[in-house]
Write a protein that binds this ligand. Structure first.
Ligand code: TYD
Length: 208
């Protein structure tokens, strides 16, 4: 990895798939190779967006309608884009984000009513950009769910929808990957963390 255009990379996957660990490891790998990535996450990644995050991930699973949720996630994403992602890319820094718009497509668009059309319209109007590379960490939801709840972070609103929900999410991410093969790479996240990290780094190295 040497100097080149700054890369915008997202990691996606179901709850407990190990995205956050892998995002951190990827950023470390890139730093070790002389790049200067910004490691960030959604919902959140900027002060205002982190405030919106609390509204989204805590509390009763039925707290928001799916439509309201789309608007809140998109509001947080817009703030994240304006305050963190665009300034970093403009300064020539790579961005590694733990989740981006694919999460809204899958979580809000495909699993709680047929709202994908609305998700796409709002994305086009308010966000309008895609990552250069999206790494989809794929694994069995049963194993991932155990990992997710084991964390007991107080942010379990989505995990609490249960296993059938996570299975739909997994299918949704895999369908997205099939629809955007030039952008998405599916990584088997059931392997040990070192192996997953190696596959993540290989996918990124191929784009640099
Ligand atoms: P995250 O912090 O990535 O949780 P985890 O580390 O457990 O995967 O995301 C919080 C929750 O928000 C997660 O359950 C996924 C959900 N989410 C959506 O439903 N839509 C979105 O657009 C995003 C970004 C996240």
């Amino acid at each position: 990895m040497t100097a080149g255009r700054a890369l915008f990379i997202s990691l996606e996957g179901i709850d407990g798939s190990g995205k956050s660990t892998q995002a951190r490891r990827l950023a470390e790998h890139m730093r070790a190779r002389g790049r200067d990535p910004v490691l960030t996450r959604e919902p959140g990644g900027a002060p205002g967006a982190e405030e919106i995050r609390r509204l989204l991930v805590e509390g009763d699973p039925a707290r928001w309608s799916p439509e309201t949720e789309i608007l809140l996630f998109t509001a947080a994403r817009r703030d994240h884009l304006e305050r963190t992602i665009r300034p970093a890319l403009a300064a020539g820094r790579d961005v590694v984000t733990d989740r981006f718009a694919d999460s809204t497509r899958v979580y809000q668009g495909a699993t709680r009513g047929d709202l994908r059309g609305l998700v796409d319209e709002i994305h086009a109007a308010a966000i309008g950009v895609e990552p250069d590379l999206t790494l989809i960490l794929d694994m069995d939801p049963e194993v991932a769910l155990e990992r997710g709840l084991a964390r007991a972070s107080g942010e379990d609103r989505f995990e609490e929808f249960g296993l059938p929900f996570q299975e739909k999410l997994r299918a949704g991410f895999l369908a997205l990957a099939r629809g955007a093969p030039e952008r998405c790479v599916v990584i088997d996240a059931s392997e040990d963390p070192d192996t997953v990290a190696r596959h993540v780094c290989e996918a990124v190295n191929a784009r640099l």
